[in-house]
Design a protein around this ligand. Structure first.
Ligand code: ADP
Length: 253
């Protein structure tokens, strides 16, 4: 079993409470995200998974508590700032302005360019290679608004990947994608982990989490458990969150 006290953490959340219209939807969240892991946030519909992700990204207003990003000894960006890649849920962004798929992916490079600079040949090459990785190279000159939800999701993934971030937050990256694309995305997640990146993924399918992730936070309006998948996915925890257990997992973890 892993010794949690010796782990190197990249994010620490303390006493986080989040409300919409003065109505709390997440209570007293304490959470530590270990560096270099694939961590899933799982729980039923309406459990507050997206809310937790957005709160950590500082995208919400009614938030109390502490969220700390901790730079590593090596590899993190200068000035102790951790570069964060975010893949929003498909359908959550309304593209009513003209932008091609390539334009959208290139947006991910701007943080690396500094002021005034425009993306150059190298950035375009990186964007194209990344579109190829997510199987979207044929769509690079299409308008993003013309794509399906699953296709947009892959473009957002490419946009996050070109950012060369240290930590990635992804909201349901498997939503609306076919089995082949799911495999390709799993492969990308593994590559990010192999590069020492931290990846936090909101996901609803416990089996995928059991198969591919090494860390999990189980939530239902509060954190029920957080730790290695094998420790967290046990009958009692799953019953607390879903009111049923084994049937949700096709095989034992
Ligand atoms: P999950 O991602 O686990 O499905 P969410 O974080 O999307 O859950 O939602 C948690 C709760 O907050 C739900 O009851 C949802 O209806 C509510 N909620 C989410 N977004 C908003 C919002 N913008 N305004 C008001 N309530 C919201």
């Amino acid at each position: 079993m892993e010794n949690k006290t010796t782990l190197d953490y990249v994010v620490e959340v303390e006493d986080l409470t989040v409300a919409y219209d003065a109505k709390p939807v997440l209570w007293d969240v304490d959470l530590k995200i270990p560096r270099g892991r694939l961590m899933a946030i799982v729980g039923p519909n309406g459990a507050g998974k997206t809310t937790l992700l957005k709160a950590m990204l500082n995208l919400l207003t009614s938030v109390s508590g502490v969220i700390r990003f901790l730079p590593g000894e090596t590899g993190d960006s200068p000035k102790n700032k951790i570069r964060i890649g975010y893949v929003p849920q498909s359908g959550s962004v309304d593209w009513d302005f003209p932008a091609t798929v390539l334009d959208v992916v290139l947006m991910g490079r701007y943080g690396l360019l500094g002021w005034v600079k425009r993306p150059g040949k190298n950035d375009v090459a990186i964007a194209k290679q990344t579109l190829e990785k997510v199987g979207m190279e044929k769509f690079s000159s299409r308008q993003i608004s013309q794509l399906s939800g699953g296709q947009q999701q892959r473009v957002f993934l490419a946009r996050a990947l070109v950012q060369e971030a240290e930590i990635y937050f992804m909201d349901e990256p498997f939503k609306g994608v076919d089995a082949q694309t799911e495999k390709a995305i799993v492969q990308l997640l593994k590559e990010l982990k192999a590069q020492g990146k931290t990846v936090v993924v909101v996901h609803h399918d416990l089996q995928t989490v059991a198969d591919y992730f090494d860390w999990v936070t189980l939530i239902n309006l509060r954190v029920v458990a957080c730790g290695p998948v094998k420790e967290v996915f046990h009958e009692e925890n799953l019953k607390t969150v879903y009111r049923s257990s084994g049937a949700l997992l096709k095989s034992r973890v």
